[in-house]
Design a binder for this molecule. Sequence first.
Ligand code: PNS
Length: 161
Amino acid sequence: MSTLAVYPGSFDPLTNGHVDIITRGARLFDRIVVAILVNAEKAPLFTMAERVEINREVFKTLPNVEVDTFEGLLVDYVQRREAQVIVRGLRAVSDFEFEFQMALMNRRLNGKIETVFMMPAEQYSYISSRLIKEVFALGGRVQGLVPELVETRLRTKRDSR
Ligand code: PNS
């Protein structure tokens, strides 16, 4: 049986921490779907179309990585895709409580789906999309923390404001 995993999130924007988890997931599972939540934030920095385009571009060399969008309950999307696994990244103890709640709620909603936690490389363990946006907006360097394409797109957005 081949294993299909879903890696859900807002990806606003995609960080090197996400890239690290997806790359590890692509080695572990037969296929992994990067599932971007529609309307995760009321005022996202990147539109849905931009996030899909950026993710597709970054993972174009990994043939078993697919980029898709979803709305509604994650477990319903996972079931619709006939996937078996939800992948989540765990950076630090602070992530644990929320991730634990989500994993158990998702298990209650659909006991056939397993949540698998993966740890990113240490150098990415403090990165979050929220911090990237804040640091960049205030003029800080985010080089090495996000894919080059994301950095370019962040700069374009800032310049056009
Ligand atoms: O990028 P994030 O904020 O870490 O992703 C959170 C996400 C998208 C995984 C979570 O908000 C989610 O699954 N939303 C879909 C709605 C849902 O299923 N909610 C119940 C979760 S227990």
